[in-house]
Design a protein around this ligand. Structure first.
Ligand code: FE
Ligand code: FE
Length: 187
């Protein structure tokens, strides 16, 4: 599908705020792609579609995953919102015609990251966190500056802030987030 057609379809699938965030991630990912000399096209498609499954009701997410044989962990079973990444990658392929494996992978790992993640994966993970409509995370100015200086340092900062937030009761911790943090800090 053309990017513009995807935008139109997403506008119907997502609530207002999520759509606004989606465009923010798309353009932030495009800027990071410019800064790091990777494909802007890939970054924009991945940014645009990263949350395409976000506004599906949780019980529906679980149902869809089971229907399409997407594996659901215990953690995801009790926190179905986590599934929007995997399910999003599936829907990007099936409903939005994305064939690019790197784009699909970036969507798939955008919530937890993953050890060994590639540059496009990092760009989407970071863009999701720093896009201009975000305001709640600590030290956002610093993370935003870091993002355009060093992707790996930005990853460490975001992951450690995310772990802190979750430890303080912000939600359940997906073990993959911790593994990703250890990957970037070599612990
Ligand atoms: Fe997301
Ligand atoms: Fe997002």
């Amino acid at each position: 599908m053309e990017r513009l057609d995807i935008e139109k379809k997403l506008k119907k699938e997502l609530d207002k705020e999520r759509y606004r965030h989606t465009l923010g991630v798309m353009y932030t990912a495009a800027s990071l792609a410019m800064a790091y000399g990777v494909s802007m096209e890939q970054a924009m498609y991945a940014g645009l579609l990263h949350d395409c499954a976000k506004c599906i009701p949780n019980h529906e997410k679980l149902k869809l995953c089971k229907k399409h044989k997407i594996p659901v962990s215990k953690m995801e079973e009790s926190n179905p919102f986590l599934l929007h990444a995997k399910l999003g990658a599936y829907l990007a392929q099936e409903n939005y015609g994305v064939k690019d494996k790197e784009v699909l992978h970036a969507i798939q790992v955008h919530t937890t990251g993953e050890p060994g993640m590639g540059i496009l994966d990092k760009i989407i993970y970071i863009a999701d966190y720093i896009e201009p409509n975000r305001e709640k995370a600590p030290d956002l100015n610093e993370v935003r500056r870091l993002a355009f200086q060093d992707l790996d340092q930005a990853m460490v900062k975001i992951l450690s802030d995310t772990l802190d937030y979750l430890k303080k009761g912000g939600g359940d911790l997906d073990p993959l987030t911790l593994k990703t943090y250890h990957y970037f800090t070599n612990q």
